[in-house]
Design a protein around this ligand. Sequence first.
Ligand code: G
Ligand code: G
Ligand code: MN
Ligand code: NA
Length: 252
Amino acid sequence: AELIADLRRAVDERQLHLEYQPIVDLATGAVRSAEALVRWRHPRLGLLAPAAFLPLAEETGLIVPIDRWVIHEACRAAATWRARVPEATVAVNIAAAHLRRPDLIATVTAATASAGLAPRALTLELTESALIDGSEAVLERLAQLRELGIRIAIDDFGTGYSSLSYLHRIPATELKIDRSFVARLDTDARAYATVEMVTRLAGAFDLAVVAEGVETEGQHAAVTAIGCVHGQGYRYGRPGGLSALHALAAPR
Ligand code: G
Ligand code: G
Ligand code: MN
Ligand code: NA
């Protein structure tokens, strides 16, 4: 209960910050994209990862102001990054509760406009579980976001159920293959076949594929051979500050 009160103050008192994990172009090694991940520097408990507070935020509805702050902050960061790397894009995670709110459109529009960011430089990551109640209203909202130019990624692909129906219904621009499949690439032929199949399927739907959780050289070689367009994971870089991202992504 005390943590709820703390969390309520966290946004106002600027205790949240974002880290950025690079997403590499596997063909060239270039970093032109990053995923923003929220952190909470709690005054007594220290640095908290999302798993330590996002479930509580979701239960209490505090996730909405948090995600709103994340969207604004990530848009500002993306705008500075694009001053150096014009084609750079930044991805933010959107909670299920937020996707159900009509004002998501207004939030995204305000954030891109006030940062002076082209909407095509912002990707919203939606998990399959967030998409599960694919109500008409949610689908309509996603279509509106696409019309604005916002990119839509299906996150943790393969972990929800009826994954395949989403490909037909969701106006996505990319698909992130869940790291549980990537983790087993080295040792499990079935995991390899799964990543291969999902990549081919994504190609048929014109979706860019991001292989998540690439840690080892073997996994890197496998996702590259399979033809995934992008990779994300400790092999390429851990989540870090904006300056680390700028250094990694220096134009060549
Ligand atoms: O950084 P870490 O691996 O601890 O993140 C764990 C999970 O928390 C991520 O998979 C992501 O889905 C979720 N997450 C991280 N940042 C945000 C955020 O700003 N908003 C929401 N809704 N989820 C986030
Ligand atoms: O998909 P989601 O938004 O949940 O993924 C982001 C999370 O994955 C972040 O919490 C990040 O810290 C974590 N992550 C990123 N790269 C790796 C990796 O190579 N290995 C593992 N185990 N986790 C990773
Ligand atoms: Mn994500
Ligand atoms: Na993911």
